[in-house]
Design a protein around this ligand. Sequence first.
Ligand code: F6P
Length: 196
Amino acid sequence: MTNNVIIYLTRHGESEYNVLKKIGGNSNLTENGIHYSKVLYEYFQNDKIDVYTSSLNRTIQTSQYFPEKRSYPQLNEIKSGICDGKTYDEIKSLYPEEYEKRKINKYCYRYPKGESYEDIKNRVTPFMEEMLGSSENRLIICHQAILRVLYSFFIKIPEQELPYLEIPLHTLFKFTIIKEANEIKNVELDKHYFSI
Ligand code: F6P
């Protein structure tokens, strides 16, 4: 028997930190980000969809028009430790060695007092195993690094390429999971770009 499950992934709407080009933090959405939260809700208005967010303001605010949603700290953005709240230029001038180390192996590089891509893959694996076993359609509103890792559960990507996947803001990734007798047979990907 064939039954398809759809999992949608998106980043939160534009945040104050996105505009300032700062990483990490827990900033709020900008006007553009709030607009995205509206158009995202309108897109799903007639569908039955379970909505999941991280526990950070920007994803919760992006889900604000959905009456029901659940927040999971497992979906929080990669922890950037001593670099949190800084721009990439500030990191380069304050911690040049860290900046270079990350360029050499972005997948394994762990921010001091923070995480690596490898760490977040381990962090989200139990959550994703539960998602993949489910028969409900779901929308997951999360963050750039987390979305790259979640993407790799559906479409195989070499580890070294994963941290460079292009994941723009205000874009919805639709993964249709084709199952046969509870086995995943195929995954199809469609992208929808919202003009904000
Ligand atoms: O810039 C937005 C952001 O989500 C940061 O909070 C995070 O540190 C970064 O993207 C992850 O992307 P990269 O691994 O390419 O630095």
